[in-house]
Design a protein around this ligand. Structure first.
Ligand code: NAD
Ligand code: UDP
Length: 318
């Protein structure tokens, strides 16, 4: 019988790629999204597929749905630091009450459950790379607290239901992921630098740009998410990300070079509590899932920049 997967956040950046991937595996896919930061055009390519269904719904409300569901992928949540200032309460409630509602749905349907958590669970880490055993360094009352603590709560909630209510749940901690369909005005570093470089505007490096990040291409991530759901890893938390680490300043220079832009690099104040280093330890993902990223940064950025260029109708530099 055909597998049916439900993907919350299914019209968002990662969620829409996951829906396509699952359809490609022959599954029936139900995307659930409130279209807060997601866009219908992200799923435009699969809307006509008779194995795909879109439900506009806010997961802060319980979801009643007929028919069998085998897998619940819980990806719904705004994730951009820009949204932390205006949507803090929505983020907190989506990852707490929303996650609770989706766990209830999974239990009712006897479905497997996957919670999409984040490297932000580690906050501003004091060790690097970050293994899953690290408990993190998070300021709960700082401007990022609404996201970091919401995700940490979602992890605790998932584990409580795994331990005491028989949930077949697993948690992934996603590290910075990029690719086509990121919102141009999302405020995260990849769309910011790319849009600025393509427009020939100043590229805004925050602080001195000495903070580090490790960027994973979306197709690698989606393959990892699929494996985490389809392997027997009940109760496990697994990092998914690309361990290639670089400073934000190096990253700006790389995007400037790939786009062939003449933009100048300018420095702006570092946001409060901005993590100074981030790099996943993916030993556990390799061991339990046989997963590691395959797309290098240059290749992934070329694909991403080309997508931005085309969707914005930007000419290539001469
Ligand atoms: P996104 O904003 O593109 O996608 C999130 C989707 O969730 C959007 O379509 C949005 O409309 C939907 N959503 C938000 N709140 C909702 C609610 N209450 N009810 C229903 N739908 C709701 O962001 P993304 O980058 O694709 O992130 C997807 C998931 O991955 C999020 O849970 C995020 O925290 C996690 N994550 C992403 C990254 C990354 O680098 N992109 C890193 C770590 C974790
Ligand atoms: N950043 C930057 N300029 C920008 C946007 C972001 O220098 O225009 C930095 C930001 O301060 C952080 C890193 O890039 O150190 C990654 O930011 P992003 O918002 O993409 O994700 P985060 O890892 O902070 O959640």
């Amino acid at each position: 019988m055909t597998v049916t997967s439900l993907v919350t956040g299914g019209s968002g950046f990662i969620g829409s790629h996951l829906c396509e991937y699952l359809l490609g595996k022959g599954e029936n896919v139900i995307a659930v999204d409130n279209l807060g930061s997601g866009r219908l055009e992200n799923i435009g390519g699969v809307m006509g597929n008779d194995r795909f269904r879109f439900i506009r719904h806010d997961i802060r409300e319980p979801l009643q749905i007929d028919g069998k569901i085998d897998f619940v992928y819980n990806l719904a949540s705004r994730a951009s630091p820009v949204d932390f200032f205006t949507q803090a309460e929505e983020i907190l409630m989506t990852n707490s009450l929303g996650t609770y509602n989706m766990i209830q749905l999974a239990l009712e349907k006897k479905a497997r459950f996957l919670e999409a958590s984040t490297s932000e669970s580690y906050g501003d880490p004091t060790i690097s790379p970050q293994p899953e055993t690290y408990w993190g360094n998070v300021n709960p009352i700082g401007p990022r607290g609404c996201y970091d603590e919401a995700k940490r709560f979602s992890e605790a909630l998932t584990m409580a239901f795994v331990r005491y209510h028989g949930l077949d749940g697993r948690i992934i901690r996603i590290f910075n992921t990029y690719g086509p369909r990121m919102r141009p005005d999302d405020g995260r570093v990849v769309p910011n630098f790319t849009m600025q470089a393509l427009a020939g505007e100043p590229m805004t490096v925050y602080g001195e740009g000495s903070q580090t990040r490790s960027f994973c291409y979306v197709s690698d991530l989606v393959r990892g998410i699929y494996l985490a759901m389809n392997r027997d890893v009940r109760g496990e938390v697994i990092n998914l990300g690309n361990p290639t680490e670089m400073t934000v300043l190096e990253f700006a220079k790389k995007i400037k070079a790939i786009t062939g832009s003449s933009s100048e690099i300018v420095f702006r104040p570092l946001p409060e509590n901005d993590p100074m280093q981030r790099r996943p330890d993916i030993g556990k993902a390799k061991r339990l899932l046989g997963w590691e990223p395959e797309v290098g940064l240059d290749e992934g950025l070329q694909l991403t920049i080309e997508w931005f260029r085309q969707s914005l109708n930007c000419p290539k530099p001469a």
